[in-house]
Design a protein around this ligand. Structure first.
Ligand code: FAD
Length: 322
């Protein structure tokens, strides 16, 4: 009969991405008329309780070696668990670890793997996934030809699952992992310094590009972000120039964000940048060039110099909110 399994790797929190992953898995399971199993390892009690309120079954992997969050042991544990749970489809989120694990898990399970799913459907021909290709310029429909299909999804693009009326009891699955499997060793960790909410979870983002001309204008953007209760982000050009830290980069090789409002200031709208903001509900742009590509992708656009707009906009919003 099979299952749809949603995977929650060590340290996953019940954030918008986890909610989207649960939602995608629950709807797919319902369409396939199979149970939705949430499979987790080393997550908090709060996370476990949330899973119990959303999945048909919750299985928590227990293994002495998993606590170190090592990629090899994590892969071995999820492989063993998915194999024992009769996986039909396995869904993972879009964090770096899940993206790394997806093809390896697909291979080990003897199935197939697909990345960057923006929607998932079960058709007569099997599982079908839509994803952006060519830097967001086209959409490809990919059909899984083998089961289980292991898919990482743009979790924030999926609506959260409805809560169950009751909650299920977590089952513990003991998994043996040999301590000799690790071909690599984690020698240290460095936490990204962060104030405020993560860009991936921010409801409003003010983002700056190369057209700002230097690091100082980002101070103006921070003031605007302050009154809008927004987070500041940037294009790769601004990050590469060293004007802001690389952790603020949005796009194909940066963060994928899904705010209610994304305000792009002096950003041209290259396809690689747009790939990071396809899940934004509303995009607004300020740019001096009326032909800038960003204007073809935004709902609100202002052709003007940022210097004429950002200061007065900050003052106006501040006075309106007083
Ligand atoms: P520009 O393209 O130089 O645009 C600056 C804009 O500012 C222009 O439109 C200009 O009209 C406007 N402007 C100038 N002066 C003013 C002013 N005074 N007021 C208002 N507007 C003004 N890019 C990303 O952002 N994220 C990624 O993840 C990413 N990944 C990439 C991956 C690959 C493999 C490659 C090849 C490229 C990637 N890029 C990425 C780079 C991308 O192609 C663009 O080069 C980059 O996004 C351009 O940044 P920008 O819009 O800030 O700069």
């Amino acid at each position: 009969m099979g299952n749809v399994i949603s995977c929650f790797l060590p340290g996953t929190e019940f954030d918008r991405a986890a909610q989207g992953l649960l939602g995608a898995a629950a709807r797919l399971a319902s369409a396939c008329q199979v149970p939705h199993v949430a499979l987790a390892a080393c997550v908090s009690d709060t996370m476990t309780e949330a899973l119990e309120r959303h999945a048909d079954r919750v299985v928590c992997i227990r293994s002495g070696l998993l606590s170190n969050d090592h990629p090899e042991s994590c892969l071995a544990a999820f492989h063993a668990a998915c194999a024992s749970l009769d996986a039909q489809t396995v869904l993972l989120g879009q964090d770096a670890r899940s993206q790394e694990m997806t093809p390896r898990l697909g291979y080990r399970l003897g199935g197939c793997s697909i990345g960057d799913a923006q929607s998932i459907d079960m058709t007569d021909g099997g599982l079908s996934v839509r994803r952006s290709v060519y830097g967001g310029k086209a959409v490809a429909v990919v059909r899984a030809s083998r089961t289980p299909a292991v898919v990482w999804i743009r979790a924030r693009a999926f609506e959260p699952a409805a809560e169950r009326s009751d909650s299920v009891q977590t089952e513990i699955l003991d998994v043996e992992i040999s301590d000799g499997i690790a071909a690599t060793q984690v020698t240290g960790r460095q936490e990204e310094s962060r104030t405020g909410v993560r860009l991936e979870d921010a409801p409003v983002i003010v983002s700056g590009g190369r057209g700002l001309g230097g690091p100082e204008p980002f101070e103006e953007l921070k003031k605007l972000a302050g009154v809008m209760k927004a987070e500041v982000a940037a294009s790769r050009a601004a990050c590469d120039a060293g004007w802001v830290p690389p952790g603020l980069q949005v796009g194909q090789t940066g963060k994928k964000v899904a705010p209610e409002l994304y305000l792009a200031i002096a950003i041209s709208g290259a396809s690689q940048h747009l790939m990071g903001i396809t899940d934004a509900r509303v995009i607004a742009a300020i740019n001096t060039d009326a032909e800038a590509p960003i204007f073809r992708h935004c709902q609100f656009g202002l052709v003007d110099d940022w210097k004429n707009v950002v200061g007065p906009l900050t003052e106006r919003i501040a006075s309106l909110l007083q």
